[in-house]
Design a protein around this ligand. Structure first.
Ligand code: XMP
Length: 516
């Protein structure tokens, strides 16, 4: 396995993604973990990430003893600068920041670049298109190193001490702008470090199943199934491992999408044979939401009532010793970052099921090591339907934040139908997978319309569709007018009570993706 030490670059997670794509297991840890931790981790290779700081800031130093472990090390950007400095080279503050595409000449036929090139020069040496983003740069090599990549702007763009297996690059091989970046990382991890590409889904399932069995023994496990990707895949995996020792609790809070409860029961209960307790708590939720229009107050009520219902259900299963959750690797990285204060960006949203501590259950989190796309791949491998596993994210408070202001069952019913039409047509026009999230929002205002010979006075629905890679920023989706027209027609014709449909053309920021 590979250890990635994170110096805080925005793209460190991509290094981990690329390594996993080479079918090698890796973990990402803060740069300041102790040398004992690194020894215990027993990595076959270490990668040092980029970072926003300068090596002259004393706070951003890893333990240089990692160079004495006899393990190949690859430094990227800041990782290169720190490596050079730690091994006796020199780094200077750059006067100008180099940012963007650059072409470097690979020379000396290093193991890292040999036969990997975008084009060949006259002398037979390779040239590589790379992505640079740095201010400081290495100006003198440490003992034992030579230059393996250079250009005029950056004469020391890549260096190596091949005898010790130390490599460092000033550019970012983990981003797709570095055209052959993936090949370089594969070369380092597989050929130079000799890692075995054993991290595949069938292997993972086998190991995960064995681990879950060992962990829980003959105990019973409960899991709050939301119908979202993470909890669904966790349920399917745990069920594969321990069958009927798992009981899922699915809470219908009245804020779900059209037929969602039925779909979840069909897939898990009928199809996979998972024990699922379906709790219809619509009235309880609606009762507590009545008269409340403040978005944060609504969120709190929905979260609190969920815990209430979940606790009541788990009290009926006194033999359960474990609470399973669909925590995934980015959640783990985020909360680790939040603890050390060296976080990148911290999302404040909490998924439904904010942990009831009072349950006195041990936590079972079998997806803790997986990235989202690995979770999806796992879900498909475990027999979950593609549509479920590749569904857009749905917020924990559900329609509670999509019915603006006070939530009423009547509003939710109208919204559910409008939303289903929108999603249906997105699929029909082949636009569902081109958007990251799409949904309808219920506006509790009435406007005048005409229908047949009559005047109508009914509610408004807004359509929202966005494209984003991280949900921190988003663009509104440029849906074809034909699609929007069809959706609008269908909603107004088929959903009595709505006579006007509008499209939201606001980006995030300044707007958020949800309306509340
Ligand atoms: P915003 O509206 O903040 O949404 O731009 C970003 C992403 O987070 C989801 N979201 C939530 N998810 N509980 C959740 O589990 C929440 O309270 C919540 N609010 C927003 C939203 O759907 C989008 O994917």
């Amino acid at each position: 396995k590979v250890l990635i030490l994170d110096f805080g670059s925005q793209v460190t997670q991509l290094i981990a993604r690329r390594v996993r794509e080479a079918h090698v297991y890796c973990e990402l840890h803060s740069f300041d973990v102790s040398i004992d931790f690194i020894k215990a981790f027993n990595p076959k290779a270490i990668i040092l990430s980029g970072g926003p700081n300068s090596v002259y800031e004393s706070d951003y130093q890893a333990d240089p003893k990692l160079f004495e472990l006899g393990v190949p090390v690859l430094g990227i950007c800041y990782g290169m600068q720190w490596m050079a400095q730690a091994l006796g080279g020199q780094v200077e503050a750059g006067k100008v920041r180099e940012f963007g595409f650059a072409e470097i000449r690979a020379h000396g036929h290093s193991k890292l670049f040999n036969a990997i090139e975008d084009r060949k020069g006259d002398n037979g040496e390779g040239y590589l298109e790379v992505w640079m983003s740095h201010g400081d740069k290495v100006t003198a090599l440490p003992q034992g190193f030579s230059v393996i990549g250079e250009n005029a702007a950056c004469p020391i763009a890549a260096i190596a001490d091949e005898a010790r297996g130390f490599y460092a690059v000033q550019f970012h091989p983990e981003v797709t702008h570095t055209l052959k970046g993936r090949d370089m990382l594969n070369r380092f991890v597989l050929d130079i470090a000799g890692c075995q590409p054993g991290w595949t889904m069938p292997n993972y399932i086998e190991q995960a199943v064995a681990r879950i069995r060992e962990q829980v023994g003959s105990d019973e496990v409960i899991l709050g199934l939301s119908g979202g990707v993470d909890s669904s895949v966790a349920a399917a995996l745990i069920h594969r491992a321990i069958g009927d020792q798992l009981t899922c609790v699915f809470v219908d809070n009245g804020l779900l999408r059209l037929n969602e409860g039925e779909q979840v029961m069909n897939i898990f209960n009928k199809h996979l044979g998972v024990k699922v307790i379906h709790v219809n708590a619509t009235e309880q939720f609606m009762g507590h939401l009545a008269g409340v229009s403040d978005p944060e107050a609504k969120r709190k009520i929905i979260g609190r009532e969920f815990v209430e219902v979940f606790q009541a259900e788990s009290a009926k299963l006194p033999s359960a010793k474990w609470l399973a959750q669909g925590t995934i690797y980015p959640d783990v990285i985020e909360s680790a970052g939040a603890k050390t204060g060296k976080a990148h960006t911290i999302k404040s949203h909490h998924n439904v099921g904010g942990l009831p501590d009072t349950l006195k259950l041990q936590l079972l989190e079998p997806l803790r090591e997986l990235f989202k796309d690995e979770v999806r791949e796992l879900g498909v491998a475990l027999g979950l339907p593609h549509e479920m596993v590749y569904r857009h994210p749905f917020p924990g408070p559900g329609l509670g934040v999509r019915v603006l202001g006070e939530v009423k069952k009547e509003y939710c019913d109208l919204l559910r139908r409008a939303d289903a039409i929108f999603i249906d047509e997105l699929h029909a026009f082949d636009w569902y997978d081109k958007t990251s999230q799409a949904f309808a929002v219920f506006l509790p205002v009435k406007s005048v319309g005409v229908m047949g010979d009559g005047r109508t006075y009914e509610y408004v629905v807004a359509l929202r569709a966005v494209c984003t890679s991280d949900f921190m920023t988003a663009k509104w989706a440029e849906l074809p007018y034909e699609l929007l027209g069809k959706v609008s027609n269908r909603i107004i014709n088929e959903v009595r009570g709505i006579n006007r449909v509008v499209y939201d053309v606001s980006g995030k920021p300044p707007a958020t993706i949800e309306w509340e």
